[in-house]
Design a protein around this ligand. Sequence first.
Ligand SMILES: Nc1ncnc2c1ncn2[C@@H]1O[C@H](COP(=O)(O)OP(=O)(O)OP(=O)(O)O)[C@@H](O)[C@H]1O
Length: 399
Amino acid sequence: MIKYKLITENKLTGHYISHLLDLAKIDESTLENANLLILVEPEKIPIKKLEKLVSNLKKNVKILIVSQNLSSVNLPVRETFFLKQPFLTSQFINLIEEISSSHLPLTREERENPFIGEHSSIAKIRNFIPKLASISSPVLLVGAKGTGKELLARHIQAHRGGNFIKFSPKTLASDMIEPVLFGFSASVFPKIKKKKEGLLAKAGEGVLYIEDIDTLPLKTQKKLLSFIENGYFYPLGAKEAVKSSAKLVASLSKPPEEIFKTGKIHTEIFFRLSEFAIYLPSLKKRKIDIPLLAQHFLEKYAHLYRKETIYFSANFIERLLFHSWPSNLDELKKIIKEVVIWGEEETFKRHLPKKIVKNRLRFRDIEDLLSQLIQEEKRIRERTVSSRKGQASRHTGSR
Ligand SMILES: Nc1ncnc2c1ncn2[C@@H]1O[C@H](COP(=O)(O)OP(=O)(O)OP(=O)(O)O)[C@@H](O)[C@H]1O
């Protein structure tokens, strides 16, 4: 459930936005409980106030900026959405829907465009989704930030059915993690005097997606391992076990060997999860997918912001290909969204280092891209040859 806090120095716009949020049926909250902070014309908010606000925010809070001018907004990196003024009511409500849908099962648009990418590793993963959904074993998704782990978890749930529950242990104080994950009985918290179901039970037969499983305390990882092995768990303070057929999908954003060195993952749970481990490549390693993904995000945002006739220039695509994408698809999506809202030039000034814009064709980049293309072409040729061989032997067999 989305809860927002609206900050504005402009009372008139503030009232108008509150009214729209009312229409979108989302609730006003205190800053402490909000998971969406809406900043209207942040350039008019005293900078000290703004800095204090943003530095005190919890990690999971998203920011929506409503302004006329992109360059006046300079916030520390966190998930930020923009709405350029003036805007239509429908644009505002669509955007709120988009913000709130990221923790829900797949949207219709995501179902219609399943896990986009022609790079062989992505094609393999896409074909493997139904299998991953059908087995009861847990799955481990390994990939840097923004490589598509959560989206893949939601695709697994879409094939499996049931609920999709996402859990990010790093957003909670450590003593809150087990009550939230496993639930608790009425005797545990004297002030509450009620039992409560945990996320594992709430997932039902669906998927519990645990983001960055290495941020779970080791003793909680051990309890989770016992659930994986036995199919039941004990809520805090409960004497009776609770059975669950929820499928566990866990993620790691750093290479496992690095995490092992820090001792933050329990060896046994890691080996159990690794039986079905999927490694998602960074965008830099699948550059041939950049034009396809860019076009996909362009269509999505052009539709969302009712801007039907936007095309990429060749120069634009070239710049995208030679960027190194440290935040992967999150970054590509953000850049394309801003291009739709503010235009190419503004977005480039803000996001792509000048060096890249000036030295457009560096030899190493070209070499890298060509070698990816050659490898892909070889894989496609091999696949075609083996499928022809298969057809030929089937024909021979049928005679
Ligand atoms: N193959 C894909 N096709 C289309 N959209 C994608 C694909 N992979 C990722 N995305 C989109 O890119 C964004 C980042 O993906 P996602 O949130 O799943 O990454 P993540 O690895 O879970 O990131 P983090 O570790 O930061 O949570 C999302 O908006 C997602 O919908």
